[in-house]
Ligand binder design. Structure first.
Ligand code: SAH
Length: 242
């Protein structure tokens, strides 16, 4: 059974969008994954096909109705995890992406306006997911990001070599930097070690670069990475590696 994605959205025409191109697009055409975009508005029951209403308690904007979204969801829900895109959700991680990609797929709810009526999350088993600490105008771009990250890991989508675990975040670190020809460009050369043909030295250099770059660019990641490695039996952290 290939990876199946169902998107609930007010803008189904945004799909597959960029996921119809390149690696994801080829895999989609080859049936390695499937994508279904369902219009939430089709689940509205009134003459005007209303999906939203004003926020209880007042304030700007509109809120997606729990009843309308739930009925759209119930019509497609099966054994797949249900994810809702929201800046209030848990930040998406490569680990979560990897688990999702190994599963049957996902049903993804895309918000608009001020977001969803909160009761939706009490009434259904929905995982709230954020793609970062910034606000989008809708969940569709978030869903595209999440699916792009998942689909490239679906078996058969990328060559075995490229889905390797050296990639950024796979080991809790950023990946080492890359270089390619020409050897000299604007007076800058490729690090000599990469031309040495000495695989052990190259591996050691790459590991060191991954570590220093992570430490300098992403102290948050480094903290977690070195914290996980350097734990005394008492649980106290050593400072000498950080
Ligand atoms: N009022 C909300 C933001 C609504 S933005 C708040 O302040 O929390 C409208 C929709 O865009 C959201 O319902 C969600 O589906 C999507 N969205 C916005 N930012 C997002 C993010 N960082 N991650 C995932 N989805 C996001």
């Amino acid at each position: 059974m290939p990876f199946r994605a169902t998107i609930l959205t007010l803008y189904p025409d945004m799909f597959p969008g960029p996921l119809g191109q390149s690696i994801a697009g080829r895999a989609l055409a080859n049936g390695l994954w499937s994508l279904d975009a369902v219009n939430i508005r089709d689940s509205a029951t009134d003459r005007h096909r209303t999906v939203d209403d004003t926020p209880a308690g007042g304030g700007a904007g509109m809120v997606l109705r729990a009843d309308v979204v739930a009925s759209a969801l119930d019509a497609v829900a099966d054994d797949r995890p249900i994810l809702a895109m929201t800046p209030r959700g848990a930040p998406l991680t490569q680990a979560r992406v990897r688990t999702l990609a190994a599963g049957p797929g996902a049903v993804i709810l895309c918000g608009r306006f001020e977001g969803f009526d909160e009761r939706l999350f009490d009434a259904r088993a929905i995982e709230q997911v954020s793609i970062g600490d910034y606000v989008l105008s809708g969940g569709e771009m978030g869903a595209l990001v999440l699916l792009d990250a998942c689909v490239r890991l679906v078996p058969g989508v990328m060559g075995a070599a490229s889905s390797g675990d050296e990639e950024s975040f796979e080991s809790g670190l950023l990946e080492y930097p890359h270089y390619t020809r020409p050897y000299e460009w604007e007076g800058r050369t490729i690090p000599e070690v990469l031309r040495s043909g000495d695989h052990a030295r190259i591996a050691a250099w790459r590991k060191r670069k991954a570590e220093t770059d992570t430490r300098l660019r992403r102290p948050d990641l480094w903290e977690r990475h070195s914290g996980a490695r350097v734990q005394s039996p008492s649980g106290a952290r050593h400072d000498d590696e950080g």
